[in-house]
Design a protein around this ligand. Structure first.
Ligand code: PLP
Length: 397
């Protein structure tokens, strides 16, 4: 990809990834030439669109080892999460109204849970340890007769920490409780297999895996067990009645192409971005005293959430902002002045959470960019440390 001049180095791939040019090329004809409604059964325009949607459905299903009929296209993972949580709770009302989730989930999950709580659902928010990990035994111990759903994300968006989802999926299956996994950050970056995970529902977003924004999917298991879901969008009964609305054909084609590319390039991407992140992380640890937040073993290798003691992340980001695009955490919560709920749940003090920055590399990150980032960061950190000999900050409460 040609680099745009005067723009900072992009290390915020967990917030969104650039659309791969090969994905953009695949999408283009579906705006102009093949513009048909995939629901039009009476002419070639509709048939062409439907054929493209079918291919994309197979491509995405192939990436996560699902059946194409188990893919429901949505407007993005936020909608997928809403459909999973609200749709299951409504469909299984006769069984109960209890959901088990974790304190470090994405806001899409936590805010949906808060909404459901207001309407009478009971939610257990499980804690994590200092590494950001939830204990599967605690999940098992929290199951009640009224529990209809266990909701645990695969990779955390702020830290990259990978939850023990295989163990959780297995125990959910053993205990006859549905398991929903928000896998937005892991799909396309590391192998995700809905059979190995025993996932009954799983959310995906195209713009976190080099596809376009505004398109996503929900995997819904169709047998062993067959998951019932109450639709949250009523209308033309598209997606077998699970999500009405004219299909976003260009978006769906883009998501399919992104999935096909991920299947081909995941290992190369992973090896390359891991090396780049390791180089950055080592330099920051050795030369700026950075401390990595979250498990070092169970983590996506292209993500690093670093704490710089005594330095506020907002002043550091202000100092480097013209040269490096990073964030303090979730794009959905940055802009608020609240410290990260993920880092607080891991036991960091507010001050420690406020001195943390998330770096996330991607398919188009280069080594020259990483070298530049190291240089800019070290210079900025030294300047800030010289200027303000601030209060010492302790890491854990
Ligand atoms: C980005 C993200 C979402 C929301 O996805 P959208 O497609 O932007 O709505 C949900 N969960 C996680 C973990 C994410 O990183």
């Amino acid at each position: 990809m040609d680099k745009m001049v005067n723009l900072p180095v992009y290390l915020d791939n967990n917030a969104t990834t650039p659309c791969d040019p090969r994905v953009a090329d695949a999408i283009w004809p579906f705006f102009t030439r093949y513009f048909g409604n995939a629901g039009s059964r009476d002419h070639a325009y509709g048939w062409e669109a439907l054929a493209a949607v079918d291919i994309a459905r197979e491509q995405l299903a192939g990436l996560i080892n699902a059946h194409p009929h188990e893919i429901v296209f949505t407007s993005g993972a936020t909608e997928s999460v809403n459909l999973a949580l609200k749709g299951v709770l409504e469909a299984y009302r006769s069984k109960g109204n209890h959901i088990i989730t974790v304190a470090t989930e994405h806001k899409a999950v936590l805010d949906t849970c808060a909404h459901l709580e207001k309407n009478g659902a009971r939610i257990s928010y499980l804690p994590v340890d200092q590494h950001g990990l939830v204990d599967p035994n605690l999940v098992a111990a929290s199951i009640e007769p009224a529990t209809v759903l266990i909701c645990v994300m695969h990779a955390n968006n702020e830290t990259g920490v990978l939850q023990p989802v295989e163990a959780i999926g297995q125990l959910a299956k053993d205990r006859n409780v549905l398991f929903f996994c928000d896998a937005v950050q892991s799909v396309g970056k590391t192998p995700v297999d809905v059979q190995a995970l025993n996932a009954d529902l799983l959310s995906i977003s195209a713009h976190k895996m080099y596809g376009p924004k505004g398109i996503g999917a929900l995997f819904v298991r169709r047998r062993d067990p067959r998951v019932s879901l109450m639709a949250q969008m009523d209308g033309g009964a598209q997606e077998k009645g699970r999500r009405s609305g004219t299909l976003n054909v260009p978006g769906i084609v883009g998501l399919g192409k992104a999935a096909a590319l991920a299947l081909q390039e995941m290992e190369t991407d992973r090896t390359r971005t891991a090396a780049l992140m390791q180089k950055l992380e080592k330099a920051l640890q050795q030369q700026a005293g950075a401390v990595v937040n979250g498990s070092l073993q169970h983590r996506l290798s292209h993500v690093s959430n670093c704490r710089f003691e005594g330095i506020s992340s907002s002043s550091l980001i202000a100092a480097i902002g013209k040269e490096i695009a990073v964030s303090t955490g979730s794009a959905c919560t940055s802009g608020t002045t609240e410290p990260s709920h993920v880092l607080l749940a891991m036991g960091l003090t507010e001050a420690a959470a406020r001195s943390s920055i998330r770096f996330s590399a991607g398919r188009f990150t280069t080594e020259a960019e990483i070298d530049h980032v190291i240089e800019v960061l070290l210079r900025a950190i030294n300047t800030i440390r010289k200027q303000e000999q601030g209060q010492p900050i302790t890491a854990h409460s």
